[in-house]
Design a protein around this ligand. Sequence first.
Ligand code: SF4
Length: 265
Amino acid sequence: MRDSYGREISYLRVSVTDRCNLRCVYCMPAEGVPLLPREEVLSFEQIASVASAAARLGFRKLRLTGGEPLVRSGLPELVGILARVQGIERLAMTTNGTLLAPVAAELAARGLDSVNVSLDTLDAARYAAVTRGGRLADALEGIDSARHAGMPVKLNVVALEDSTDADFDELRRYAKYIGAEIQFIARYRLSEEKRDGGDYDRPPRCEQCNRLRLLADGTLRPCLHGNVAVKVDFGDLEGSIATAVAQKPKRGGICTGLEVGQIGG
Ligand code: SF4
């Protein structure tokens, strides 16, 4: 469907949880974020009903995000449900990869098409610092398992203040070696005015925005860098989606009160 600026909005990013097993410095504070009560988190059936309505309105791509989507128990089952939604042509997931190894084969078998894995450094000590306690080996094992399960992998590299060209070159060599794509993301803060990626691949340019976000609390967000949130009316799903698309801004601004991890980037 088109928004009021003529942009084709065909991509729904679905945050299945606000929980994460890591605390990346560019995503959430060390103490984490106030978590949604479990009873307020959308069920798989509710997520599937929104995805089906979106598909009826012309959405063709879904991406599962979090927090960390693999923290949500039973995620392979949700993948299986969403992979069968009529009209959805691509089902992807963004993950930190540290929980991916044990389930990669099942996710692929149930219909997951591809994964983006956050990997900002190949230095184990720096990885532990950036993620506040993560193990690089777990992420690399996750990436390996996804590749062996036949899923295309894209590495998401956030350009941090202390990132160097040498870091980026090392990650490029690694991506080439394993046959993965790689994209570099300019660090952004939701509390600051939205800036396009510039020399980096991401954030995307608002002129080409094609996305809508469904949060784990059942709200639709027309824009990452904005405060508009449309509560999904399960009695009028297409109406809720149309209302959210109609409220997409020409350009992102500032989002207050939420961390990236609560929206799913
Ligand atoms: S900031 Fe908003 S309008 Fe711009 S690309 Fe992101 S979601 Fe789209």
